[in-house]
Design a protein around this ligand. Structure first.
Ligand code: ZN
Length: 250
C-alpha cells in the first residue's frame, strides 16, 4: 500500500501548482489589455488625422475664396473710379488711356469671377468629403468605444478571476507540509515551470525522460519524495485509475 499522506500531499501540491499556473495565465491576460487598448486608440488616431486634414483643406479653400473676393472687389472699385473719371475727360488721349485701364480691369474681374466659381465648386466637393469623413469618424469612434468598453470589462472579469483563484489557493495552501512548500517555493523562484511532475507512460511529465523502473517503483510507494534524475522535479505518479484516464487521454 502506498503511503497515503505523501501521496495526498503531492496531490495537493500539484493542485496548487495548477492553480498558480492558472493565476499566472490570467494575470498575463490581464496585463495584455492596456496594450490592446493603446493599439486601439493608436488606430483611431488615423481617423482623427484624416478628419483634421479634411477640415484644414476646407479652411485653406475658404481663405482662398475670401482672398479672391477681396481681389474682385478691389478691381471693381478701381474700375468704377476710372468710369467716373471717364465722364470728365477732356482729350481723346486721356479717354483712350482710361478705356484701356477699364478693359484690363474687366478682364481681371472676369478672371477673378471664374476663379471664385472654381473655388466654390471645390468647397462644395470638400464639404461633401468632409461629411463622409465625419460620418466614418463617428462610426469608428463608436466602434472603438464599444471595443474599449469590452476590453475594460474583460479586465475587470480577469481581476475577479485572479482574486477568486488566489482565495482558493489560500484556502488549501495551509494543508501542505512546510518542507514541501519550501521546496516548491524555492523551485518557483528559480523556474517558472512546474515543480511537481506527473508521471506519464513511465516518463517524467516535465522533461519527458524515461524513468528507470526502480525509481518509478520508489515513487509509487510514496514513502519519500522522489525526484526525476534528469530535471530534479518531484515525481508524482497518479493513482492507478487516474493514470489510466491520463494515458487514455493522450
Ligand atoms: Zn524530469
Amino acid at each position: 500500500m502506498p503511503n497515503s499522506h505523501l501521496q495526498e500531499q503531492l496531490g495537493l501540491l500539484h493542485q496548487l501548482q495548477q492553480l498558480e499556473l492558472a493565476i499566472l495565465s490570467l494575470h498575463q491576460q490581464r496585463q495584455s489589455i492596456p496594450l490592446k487598448i493603446a493599439k486601439l486608440e493608436e488606430g483611431f488616431q488615423v481617423h482623427q488625422g484624416a478628419l483634421d486634414e479634411k477640415k484644414e483643406t476646407l479652411a485653406v479653400a475658404e481663405r482662398e475664396l475670401r482672398s479672391k473676393n477681396a481681389e474682385l472687389a478691389d478691381h471693381q472699385e478701381q474700375r468704377q473710379k476710372y468710369e467716373t473719371q471717364l465722364r470728365e475727360v477732356k482729350t481723346n488721349k486721356e479717354y483712350q488711356a482710361l478705356d484701356t485701364e477699364i478693359s484690363y480691369l474687366q478682364k481681371k474681374e472676369s478672371e477673378a469671377e471664374d476663379a471664385i466659381l472654381g473655388i466654390m465648386l471645390d468647397i462644395d466637393q470638400i464639404q461633401e468629403e468632409l461629411r463622409q469623413e465625419q460620418a466614418s469618424f463617428d462610426a469608428e469612434k463608436e466602434k472603438v468605444g464599444l471595443q474599449k468598453a469590452t476590453y475594460e470589462q474583460e479586465e475587470r472579469d480577469l481581476e475577479a478571476a485572479v482574486a477568486a483563484q488566489q482565495q482558493e489557493r489560500k484556502r488549501f495552501s495551509p494543508d501542505i507540509d512546510k518542507d514541501l512548500m519550501t521546496g516548491y517555493q524555492a523551485w518557483g523562484r528559480r523556474s517558472k515551470t512546474a515543480f511537481v511532475s506527473i508521471v506519464k507512460n513511465n516518463a517524467c511529465g516535465g522533461c519527458r525522460i524515461a524513468i528507470p523502473p526502480q525509481t518509478l517503483k520508489e515513487a509509487r510507494k510514496f514513502e519519500k519524495v522522489v525526484q526525476c534524475s534528469s530535471c530534479k522535479r518531484i515525481l508524482y505518479p497518479l493513482p492507478e485509475d487516474e493514470k489510466e484516464t491520463n494515458q487514455a487521454s493522450e
